[in-house]
Write a protein that binds this ligand. Structure first.
Ligand SMILES: NC(=O)c1ccc[n+]([C@@H]2O[C@H](COP(=O)([O-])OP(=O)(O)OC[C@H]3O[C@@H](n4cnc5c(N)ncnc54)[C@H](O)[C@@H]3O)[C@@H](O)[C@H]2O)c1
Length: 346
């Protein structure tokens, strides 16, 4: 694991604990034991705190920190490497891991230039290793249903759409402040919606344009953006087109009830799809707890913790499932006993 921050805690940690407990089974390769072998981060402090608090939920893992952490991690006998560092630091670790002959899973956005993406693609082909990106929003049950209705022809021809994700100011100026200089909320989160639109509706991207505002997280004439508005135009095989606006920001007031506010609207020839983070599920208010210690609006799909009706508690959701899916793919490539070659399985 390269990077032990917020996303590690939200999805990778529960995944590694779950898979350590249950193993990974697939009848094509049998039972595969998966252990978190090593972690690399800047200071190693969060990993150390995690080790202390986790008890036997996780096995012993090597904890590397500092500038040599990734190469030390790659010297270990690990089968795959997950990269969850800040966005502009994905490429170096992912490339080093591929060159060391490891399968790689990278948090979105994979990298920040197409040239780097080409290099990673080439390295994964050359070293015959999987290299994949986590776009967990494709596994959102709501988005899966949207795509199902499109594939089944229930919703016909998308004409235009609007997607929005707004992060609170306290995250941008607190947790993100270490890496936010020179960055913008579009490469950070609009990528989720570009992927959703591309994957769900297909077509060919015809044009991209973008506007933005500055002055809150950085100076008004600086290189750090508060908010961005992307416009994508796609053309389809029947000669028709569609336009999509994606608005993202990380300067929403901290007391805004949406917390991380998400909205998706698509308008079709024969229908409209609207989903809204604050309206899709539950709004819950607890005196003295919401909205700061506990969120008023719950996302029960991503990595929720539940008391199961059949007893016991689980932490489950699509953020965790996508990690299991990738790990299964690595195991299928490496461990499968059937007579096909590793190249065929890749
Ligand atoms: N899939 C999602 O929905 C989702 C959600 C949030 C974040 N992310 C992505 O996950 C990644 C991590 O986000 P986060 O919020 O966990 O970040 P974070 O700032 O909380 O944690 C980053 C971690 O990377 C480590 N790190 C930084 N530079 C490093 C380096 N050069 N070598 C090794 N370790 C290094 C830090 O020590 C820290 O442990 C980002 O790319 C982000 O876009 C994805």
């Amino acid at each position: 694991m390269v990077g032990v921050g917020m996303i590690f805690d939200e999805t990778y940690r529960p995944f590694f604990e779950q898979v350590r407990r249950d193993g990974l089974y697939d009848r094509r390769f049998g039972l595969c034991e998966v252990e978190l072998a090593a972690v690399a981060s800047r200071t190693g402090q969060r990993a150390e705190a995690y080790r202390k608090s986790a008890g036997d939920r996780i096995g012993d893992f090597a904890n590397y920190s500092g500038p040599e952490a990734v190469s030390q991690l790659l010297d270990q006998e690990v089968d795959f490497v997950c990269v969850a560092t800040p966005d502009h630091r994905h490429f170096q670790s992912a490339m080093a891991a591929l060159q060391a002959g490891k399968h790689v899973l990278i948090e979105k956005p994979s990298v920040l230039t197409l040239h780097q993406l080409d290099q990673l693609t080439q390295a994964s082909e050359q070293h015959q290793k999987l290299c994949k990106v986590v776009y967990h929003k494709l596994l959102d049950p709501d988005h899966k249903k949207l795509r199902t209705l499109v594939v089944d022809g229930v919703l016909q021809h998308v004409n235009h759409g609007y997607c929005s994700l707004l992060e609170p100011k306290s995250i941008a100026t607190g947790q993100f402040s270490e890496w936010i200089t020179g960055r913008n909320p579009a490469t950070y989160v609009a990528v989720h919606y570009i992927k959703l639109i591309d994957f769900t509706f297909g077509g060919k991207l015809q044009s991209v344009s973008c506007s933005g505002q500055r002055g809150l997280v950085g100076p008004a004439n600086g290189s750090t953006w508060d908010s961005t508005q992307l416009r994508l135009i796609y053309r389809y095989a029947d000669g028709r087109s569609a336009a999509f606006d994606i608005h993202t920001s990380w300067v929403t007031p901290d007391n805004f009830p949406g917390y991380v506010e998400q909205e998706v609207q698509f308008r079709f020839d024969n229908g409209v799809w609207n989903s809204h983070g604050r309206k899709r599920g539950v709004e819950c208010t607890v005196e003295g707890l919401t909205p700061m210690q506990m969120k008023t609006t719950l996302n029960n799909h991503y990595n929720g913790t539940f008391q199961e009706p059949f007893g016991g508690r689980t932490q489950r959701g699509y953020g965790i499932e996508v990690l299991e899916r990738f790990t299964r793919e690595v195991a299928y490539v490496q461990l499968c006993q059937n007579p096909s070659s590793e190249t065929d399985r890749l």
